[in-house]
Design a protein around this ligand. Sequence first.
Ligand code: XMP
Length: 506
Amino acid sequence: MIVVLDFGGQYAQLIARRVREARVFSELLPHDTPVEEIRRKDPEGIILSGGPNSVYEEGAPRVDPALFELGVPVLGICYGMQLMALMLGGEVRAVQIREYGRSELEVMEHGKLFSGTPDEQTVWTSHGDAVLAAPPGFRVTARTPSVPILAFEEPSRGLYGVQFHPEVRHTEYGMEILKNFLFEACGCAPEWTPVNIVTEAVERIRRQVGDARAICALSGGVDSATAAMLVHRAIGENLTCVFVDHGLLRQNEAEQVVEAFRREAGLPLVHVDARERFLDRLAGVTDPEAKRKIVGEEFIRVFEEQAREIEDARFLVQGTLYSDVIESGTRDAARIKSHHNVGGLPEVMDLELVEPLRNLFKDEVRVVAAELGMPERLVWRQPFPGPGLAIRIIGEVTAERLEILRRADAVLQDEIRAAGYYRRLWQSFAVLPAVQSVGVMGDARTYAYPIVIRAVTSDDAMTADWARLPYDLLERISNRIINEVPGVNRVALDITSKPPGTIEWE
Ligand code: XMP
């Protein structure tokens, strides 16, 4: 297991993911995690991430010097390397030529880190400071034309530093260099494989839940579905899944979820048709936050009613991901929207949580889902918000407006899939605004709703860019929506990134 200490660099999460891509489990921890706590985790290696500070700035984050005496190999990346240099008796200074982006690196000595990589290679750097003198006992292993010390190592103490970013794809041999650290320096074994993840998770769930009963709220998304399948594998019939159809799902979605779980996966599934209840409560409501709140509260109410029917359920299964865990631990962001997830449930229910995906990133969840035999359609489903179409219908949610949006969205999905774009986009969907406009169809005047196409690329939904879809694809979507969906006479394209927009309209 590898501990990645986060110094606030934009690539800290990426380092943890790359380590896992090399099939070694990694955990991202705050840089001020006490050394004792790190020792207890018994890591095979430690990586110090980059960060925005200068090491000699006042208040710049440090580590306990005892970290370098643990007898565990340490790799410092960028800020991490500078910190290592400074704390172990080297020298760091601002460099005249700031290096950002592509640099040509020359390997002076292959040592452990550059073993098996060429003498000259392209690396990605982003730094204003550099190491001027390596600490005593360290050998300088690489340089660029403008920076004489781009990497150093002291293998007998297990200490390594690189000024560039091996974790970004633009660094040609980055993955090889990371693997050299993991396998040559730390002696890790590549055992973090989908099969092992599943086996381990199933054992852990069995230990936690024993013979007790558990319940799970299925949304149809890949996270809750994967969590449910893992728990089902561990405790079988003692798991009951509840699928609340709030009527705010997309075309045929409820049927697909029921089909996939009950028939294909053989999971015990309670299908609650609560469509009318939600529509009644949403009647006349136009404020986005009010809509979110109503859907969230009503969801909990329906779920609780169902849970009461399941005798002596003691556990609640949730699809919490590692990114949720990291974010709630480190981010202190302003509330932009009240997110409704299946999360939020345990506060009002007296159940112990089972969270089998707490250690996994989204892409790893997809790998596990595929390993568990989940249908491809679900494995690769784009994220869908808990409040569903209620927040894609601007203004009042009515049965008629739901029908319009559902049909338009189905056309859009159909064309996006046919053009091979579905997996390349983070999300693609239709929005129904609360305005109407004049048009002409078959020589007659129309006065109807527009549909807005929203398609974005993103890595983590924190930021997003509008997708540059081909004109001919947009044209097909537009033509089909207007021809096939009554009540729509215009199609528009949302070309706003996030920020300043958000992905959803409400
Ligand atoms: P925004 O609109 O804030 O959305 O840019 C970021 C991501 O979160 C999804 N989203 C939600 N997911 N419950 C969820 O589980 C919610 O209430 C919710 N609201 C937005 C959104 O689809 C996007 O992927």
